[in-house]
Design a binder for this molecule. Structure first.
Ligand SMILES: Nc1ncnc2c1ncn2[C@@H]1O[C@H](COP(=O)(O)OP(=O)(O)OP(=O)(O)O)[C@@H](O)[C@H]1O
Length: 328
């Protein structure tokens, strides 16, 4: 049985139009215009134990909304889901003890208290045994280098420092499933790396299952092999990130360095020219034809050096988003 499963999940929000001005506010007292927005539609996928899956999509695609449904914060409008066998929105105590949600923009730590007080509170809420608590806290504060911050009021800390402590708060009860919504938002490169390495070890050693949203391709490339891509609340891709390039008709960049001046028109027949200089040119070529083009260029030009570069993941995603534009 899949550890996380979503079946035809959908969410429609209802809200009221609020116009500005005194007259409009008075009018609102008698009749307000109700609007609705379908932000997740017919979404189905399954995730096995120990997988770290990237949940990717442009702004407003419905990623956070889906995560909120899977963690029981929101009730879906249609469809159903199971996480470790539990219906998330039934909010059973046993379920709450086994999962965690980490949101880059939201805090669970009390700003006026030092983090250690919030950790103690979590220890009681989750009924974590003394020994396990001390061990996990010790390990996490060591890895994230925050031992010296535990006794300082949270609101006096920097964003990155707070984020690391948020992560500890979310992991103290050793959840089996973690929903990570932009976990490295605002962190410096070293902190990002420490957190990513830590999450990776967690999945490998403890088989913790993770669903991760991030606009940071480093997060995704470091942690995930599989990606679920949504756009306009609908699934547009579910599969290996490596194969994503093939699905969208991946491109590559061909860099040619020539002994003699470059003749642009010779290269234009192979693809879009990205950059050109006297002895140097970069063209975007189709991955499928790269070997044929390479052979032709070698025969035609006075080549000093030649390189083919894979395009980064974000290029594939960009093509996918553009090809799948779904009205919001
Ligand atoms: N409570 C709400 N009422 C009405 N609309 C909402 C509500 N919450 C979210 N939305 C809308 O639902 C859509 C999806 O939002 P969501 O936060 O799930 O997107 P996202 O994919 O996480 O985006 P981002 O990458 O920007 O974080 C957005 O258009 C948002 O405005």
């Amino acid at each position: 049985m899949a550890y996380i499963s979503a079946h035809q999940l959908g969410k429609e929000f209802f809200y009221y139009r609020k116009q500005s001005g005194l007259m409009a506010s008075l009018k609102n007292l008698w009749g307000r215009e109700q609007l609705s927005k379908l932000v997740v539609r017919d979404l189905s996928f399954e995730i096995e134990q120990g997988e770290i899956v990237a949940f990717i999509g442009p702004n407003g695609a419905g990623k956070t909304t889906t995560m909120k449904m899977l963690s029981g914060i929101l009730h879906p409008s249609t469809g159903h889901a199971r996480v470790m066998g539990y219906v998330p929105w039934a909010r059973e105590k046993a379920f709450k003890r086994k999962f965690s949600i980490i949101m880059g923009q939201k805090q669970q730590l009390w700003p006026d208290l030092p983090a250690i007080d919030s950790f103690e509170l979590n220890k009681r809420i989750y009924e974590i045994k003394d020994r396990a608590y001390q061990q996990t806290l010790g390990e996490l504060s060591e890895i994230l280098n925050v031992r010296h911050l535990l006794d300082i009021q949270v609101r006096r800390l920097s964003l990155g420092e707070r984020m690391k402590l948020e992560l500890i708060a979310a992991l103290l009860h050793q959840p089996e499933v973690i929903f990570l919504d932009e976990p490295t938002l605002g962190l410096d490169f070293l902190s990002q790396r420490a957190i990513l390495a830590f999450l990776k070890t967690l999945a490998e050693e403890k088989r913790t299952t993770m669903l991760l949203t991030s606009h940071n391709m480093v997060d995704i490339a470091t942690l995930c092999q599989r990606g679920i891509v949504i756009s306009g609340g609908q699934l547009v891709y579910d599969g290996s990130l490596e194969a994503l390039g093939d699905v969208v008709g991946a491109k590559r960049h061909l860099h040619v360095y020539s002994h003699t001046p470059i003749e642009k028109q010779v290269f234009a027949q192979y693809g879009r020219i990205i950059a050109a200089d006297r002895n140097e040119i970069v063209i975007e070529i189709s991955k499928a034809q790269s070997q044929t083009i390479l052979a032709r260029v070698l025969a035609q030009a006075d080549v000093a050096d030649i390189k083919i570069k894979e395009l980064p993941l974000e290029h594939c995603l960009e093509s996918l988003y553009l090809a799948q534009k779904v009205p919001a």
